[in-house]
Write a protein that binds this ligand. Structure first.
Ligand code: MG
Length: 502
């Protein structure tokens, strides 16, 4: 990358404290979730707030915004343009929203997160209600400050997925919802639906140590660079980037069910490969990270579902599973393992959902948050609306709010407009597979556990670019067309019709 423009050079220098404080913040976050003793919480909260304040001050520093405007008027190369575009986008958030609101927001998010935790524990939506009402009121105000053309929801969605629009997301869900509901009916009425693959059970125990060995082996196959990262365990699996040479992942272990750790490792490994594969020249600039949440999720989902749950991969890994757990898997056939890793079962909880029902969980959340931001429904009616939609889309109904509207932390922490990125990620992944198959015999290389060509395709088309191109342009370049949910639909219906022989 060659930076020629003087304004861009100056801006990159001013950006250094933001990049470095950001790395420190990532490191303290990783430590908080992996290593920190319980009593360290209060001090860590102070440190986090302090770092966040330092970063905000850098953004608001005199002359920063003017410099961005000057650079915008100059003639720039592709990377310079992307740097300015990303700086402008982030600065916009700090400038448009009044300083007092930034402070008020941070305070409300902490309070509402605590109220949510307690309400979930006690199963009392009414104690969380006043906080959630404030969160939604505040986000309606934030949408107003940020500005939008059509729908206030667009302003919030854009924070997570640049340039995505409510209208498009609405249309994607309208396309996939009914076919998914139909596929689910097909599966639940198939003869294989109640078949027990014989892998799990109360008497089965899979040691966490061996599961971790398995995860490390698979991550190695994926070419995750352990010298530029590490694998630890935490309450919820996540990936965090401190630098492209320090991308850490975490997993979790359930001694009764090997799917959880295996799929978590592959999923987080997919996120990590993206970050480890970004062009080194972009380090410490505003184009150094993954471009959006949905593109990021497309990478993790691609490895998890299109590769990790691929029957070809299950057949490849089967002898290794049998060697690691000979007693537990005694007599379990490859076909049973394929079913086990791809079992479909409508559940109440999103994080436990399978590939077929997952997007229906997201549809519910998207429809509700969109209606709330547009004041078509009231926060107090959420528990009931949640039950109605669950019944309609998934055929199951929560008996408690803990298993219903209170299950996710997103809204409590002010993440409104975040949910659709999960589904967009799934749709991108389906389309990427289709495009990749034109150049690579995916099943053939997966059967051999050889991921080199797959990774190099992803490196060239997605990873190396960091956030130089917006999601839409990146997908156009990688696949030759705009997002088309039909690719995901045909992938999922072919795969599950075969597995359930329906
Ligand atoms: Mg993820």
């Amino acid at each position: 990358m060659v930076i020629q423009n003087e304004f861009v050079k100056e801006l990159l220098e001013k950006y250094q404290p933001i990049a470095q404080f950001g790395r420190l913040r990532a490191l303290t976050e990783w430590d908080m979730q992996v290593m920190m003793p319980k009593k360290g919480t209060a001090a860590r909260a102070q440190q986090s707030a302090f770092l966040a304040d330092l970063i905000t001050r850098q953004w608001l520093e005199d002359g920063f915004n003017e410099l961005i405007s000057k650079a915008e008027d100059a003639t720039l190369n592709e990377q310079e343009k992307a740097i300015i575009r990303n700086l402008k986008r982030e600065a916009h958030y700090f400038y448009r929203i009044p300083k007092e609101l930034h402070i008020e927001k941070a305070k409300l998010e902490t309070e509402s997160f605590m109220a949510w935790q307690q309400a979930k524990k006690d199963n009392t939506f009414e104690t969380f209600l006043p906080f959630l009402e404030k969160v939604y009121d505040m986000h309606r105000a934030i949408a107003g400050y940020l500005g939008y053309d059509e729908n206030p929801y667009d302003a919030l969605l854009d924070l997570y997925e640049p340039h995505a629009k409510e209208r498009e997301v609405q249309a994607y869900f309208a396309t996939i919802r009914q076919p998914l509901v139909d596929l689910l009916h097909q599966i639940t009425s198939s003869s294989r639906y109640n078949e027990d693959p014989g892998v799990t059970g109360d008497r089965k125990r899979f040691s966490s140590k061996l599961q971790e060995q398995l995860s490390r082996f698979i991550l190695g196959l994926m070419h995750y660079d352990f010298e530029a990262g590490r694998l630890d365990s935490s309450a919820h699996p996540f990936t965090i980037t401190i630098d492209r040479n320090d991308v850490r992942i975490t997993s979790w272990y359930n001694e009764h069910d090997i799917r959880e750790s295996m799929m978590a490792a592959i999923h987080e490994g997919g996120h990590a490969l993206y970050e480890q594969g970004i062009d080194e020249a972009y380090t410490d600039t505003p184009i150094a990270g993954g471009v959006s949440l949905a593109i990021h999720e497309s990478q993790s989902r691609f490895w998890e579902n299109q590769i990790g749950r691929n029957p070809a991969f299950i057949r490849y890994i089967s002898p290794i599973l049998h060697a690691l757990f000979p007693d537990m898997l005694h007599g379990v056939s490859d076909e049973s393992l394929v079913l086990y890793f791809n079992q479909v079962h409508p559940s109440l909880v999103r994080v436990e959902a399978d590939e077929v029902t997952y997007n229906l969980h997201i549809a519910i959340r998207f429809e509700l948050e969109d209606d709330l931001i547009n004041q078509r429904i009231k926060v107090q009616d959420l528990p009931e609306l949640w039950r109605v939609k669950m019944k309609e889309y998934l055929g199951v109904e929560p008996q408690t709010d803990r298993e219903g509207v209170l299950q996710d932390m997103h809204w409590a922490t002010g993440a409104i407009g975040y949910f659709p990125t999960y589904t967009l990620g799934n749709l991108y992944a389906g389309q990427l597979l289709f495009a990749m198959k034109k150049e690579i015999d995916v099943d053939a290389v997966v059967t051999q556990g050889n991921f080199e060509t797959i990774l190099s395709w992803l490196r060239t088309k997605i990873h190396s670019h960091g956030s130089v191109f917006w999601p839409h342009d990146l997908l156009m370049q990688a696949t030759g067309e705009a997002l088309n949910p039909q690719y995901f639909l045909s992938y999922i219906s072919e795969k599950y019709s075969a597995i359930y022989r329906s």
